[in-house]
Design a protein around this ligand. Structure first.
Ligand code: ATP
Length: 369
């Protein structure tokens, strides 16, 4: 087990800056997820921790030891990739044992470690099978086993579930969480899938264009996104964004555009007066209302209704043109396509962003309603 520290780590490939000045401290035993869209630099970050890429600047420490320029084999890490690359002519036991043979472990020690990993992964019955006789999920477990038998200080995983079908991915995700709870090995896990990040990581790093946008628990990132990018990337369906500006009337602060008016605070926030902003509201943070009198209500036309079991996802459009997606609990009445509904953002669940910089202004709304 080990703490992993990245200090001012950058990586450029010619003109391309893949990773820009990252500082991260991954605690001993933590399951950290690096998440972001394709090309944001998450694999490059992982590969630098693994020793497969050398940083252009900065230092990397594993268990308090500077490893920045050490070879992968000298770092006490084990990697699991999307492409599990098993040896087709070796059976499961030999695939798992291969790295230990190379490191000249004794036969007895190899057997003990492989048996232990196979037990952990529920693969004991399959040790004599060959990769082609296994399902995709079982093959990925062999790849995990190959990493586990090494007893490394750190697991590095790059999209290990993305070759699996949706059902198996959910199942294997849960197995990986259980495995981490038992082994408690520091793990850095790369994915572009925000659901995977939210469900697996004790903390999450959200990246874009090689830059860390936010680093925190899934709850912190979901409830208090630092900017529009994070707000839109984390959460499914994604947060709704409505453009407008801040008005101050009768000593209160409002978000307004031609069709939407929402009270944000019951005091005047003069520093925001007339500012161009984006109001962010998550799909589950709306109430469907009938009252005419409430100025916070706004009208939307229902365009598409998706029934997904326990809830329905309703795609609507405000007259000003923005799409607003809402989630309605399955037990509630679902509005019909083409009908016009009134929406009211529920109390305390509004986010506000600077329209120009995209940075969150939510913390300024001390009395946010
Ligand atoms: P993906 O999810 O698609 O794998 P990623 O977030 O892991 O993306 P990286 O693979 O880290 O992103 O790539 C970050 C940037 O660095 C991209 O613009 C990519 O094209 C560039 N890059 C990565 N490796 C190299 C390389 N060996 N040579 C040149 N450019 C590279």
């Amino acid at each position: 087990m080990a703490e992993v520290v990245l200090e001012g780590v950058s990586k450029s490939f010619g003109e391309t800056t893949a990773v820009a000045n990252i500082d991260l401290k991954i605690n001993d035993g933590e399951f950290l997820v690096l998440v972001g869209p394709s090309g944001c630099g998450k694999s490059t970050t992982l590969r630098m921790v693994a020793g497969l890429e050398k940083p252009t600047t900065g230092e990397i420490y594993i268990d308090n030891k500077k490893v920045t320029y050490l070879e992968p084999k000298d770092r006490d890490i084990a990697m699991v990739f999307q492409n599990y690359a098993l040896y087709p002519h070796k059976n499961v036991f030999d695939n798992m044992a291969f790295g230990l043979h190379l490191r000249k472990f004794s036969k007895d020690e190899i057997k003990t470690r492989v048996d232990e990993a196979a037990r952990l992964l529920d693969m004991s019955e399959y040790l004599t099978r060959f990769p082609k006789q296994l399902s995709g999920g079982q093959r990925q477990r062999v790849a995990l086993g190959r990493a586990i038998v090494r007893h490394p200080k750190v697991f590095l995983m790059d999209e290990p579930l993305s070759n699996l079908d949706a059902k198996l991915r959910v199942q294997t995700r849960a197995e990986l969480i259980k495995l981490h709870q038992r082994l408690k090995t520091t793990t850095i896990y790369v994915t572009h899938d925000q659901t995977e990040a939210m469900t697996m990581g004790s903390r999450i790093v959200v990246m874009k264009d090689g830059i860390v946008q936010q680093f925190g628990t899934s709850k912190e990132i979901y409830e208090s996104p630092k900017n529009i990018f994070v707000a839109g990337f984390i959460g499914s369906p994604q947060m709704n964004f409505i453009n407008g500006s801040i008005e101050i009337n009768d000593g209160k602060t409002f978000f307004k555009n031609n069709h939407v008016s929402v009270e944000l605070a019951d005091n005047p926030l003069s520093m925001l007066k007339d500012k161009k902003v984006v109001l962010g509201i998550r799909p589950e943070s709306f109430e469907l209302v009938n009252e005419e009198g409430d100025s916070d209500n706004f009208a939307c036309k229902v365009e598409v209704v998706e029934h997904i079991g326990s809830e329905s996802i309703i795609h609507t459009r405000v007259e000003s043109g923005e799409e607003v997606v809402i989630c309605v609990n399955g037990s509630k009445r679902v509005p019909a396509v083409d009908s016009t509904i009134k929406l009211k953002p529920s109390e305390g669940n509004k986010h506000l962003f600077d329209a120009q910089s995209g940075e969150s202004l939510t913390s300024l709304l001390i009395n946010i309603k």
